[in-house]
Write a protein of this length. Sequence first.
Length: 373
Amino acid sequence: MRYRRLGNTGLIVSEVGFGTIPVLKGSVPVLPGYYNLEEEEAVAVMEYAHRLGCSLYDTAVVPEYGDAEIKLGKFVQKIGRDRIVISDKARFFDGSGMYRAVEESCENLGTYPDLYFVHQADAEHEEEIFGKYGALDALLELKARGMIRFVGVASHYYDILLRAAVDKRVDVLQMSGNIFERGMLERVKGEPRFLGKGILVNKVYAAGLLPAFFPAKELVDGVLSYPVSCALIGIGTRGEADAAMGNGQKGMDSKRECVEQGGGLPSFSEVLCILERQFNPIPCDRCQRCHCPHGTEIHTVFRQYHYYFMGKDYWALKKLDLGIKESAAHCRECTEMPCLKECPAGIRIPDEMQKLEKLVLLHPILSNMPGGG
């Protein structure tokens, strides 16, 4: 295992971090593919990853991640608090809600989190998060009191991350990205205002879908070729820990040499060629430069299309069905079409929207659903 600096925090963390979604137990519909691990087994998997060199463990407040936060606390009691870095988060945007969340997290963990993120920060809640008495003000106060060590913002949106990067209250960022959905990673790489911020990257496997197309090590090292601190991987078994962490210094060194020679990150065209063996991907890397005057999140719609063909068929198609008729109608009526000018890949976005609408309307899964067409 290799290690990197976490921005200007003074912390050193393992290049691969342990995502705790797979160790939760219970019915959490928004987290597909969970493992339902009992406490003893969950702690054992976390211990195994630690023996491989993992030093950063990422979780979220109960009940968002089920009981994973509690299980992480049990692991901390066993392994020793000073041997790991704890990353935690909560989806509260006002100050009072965030304050209570951190108190509960400290109780569940039995200790303080090193990093605490405002989770799922988006434009709808942006002013509340960044404004007076918002979540960031609360985290800054909690940091001053010693209940957390560093303040973070976690978001799937580049504009939110950039605002957080220039905010002096924010120490660390958590973003999504992988060798396919690399657009935000490319933008962060070229933007000096991110310098000094510790950056954790989730969705390295694209909700567990990309390992069906690429070796886990190639996915991890591809993300680590960018100026980030840690790649977060959801781990629920020893085998998954081996795959993500290389299970040995020799394997990690060998692959790192490949990255330094330019062979660690396949080009976007190469990724598309691999995916084209199964379906016809839209050449969108989720850079988020395109903007729809009607509010459609174009990159999110395209992601659901990709996830549908990559294995999350029913889940992704249901997501895609949410508003696709309206979005396609707006595209037909739109005369400005700024998205066409802004897309660096030259994607014919209105045409793709019409194709996606037809996919949803004609798919048998949706037509057989209650109320389906």
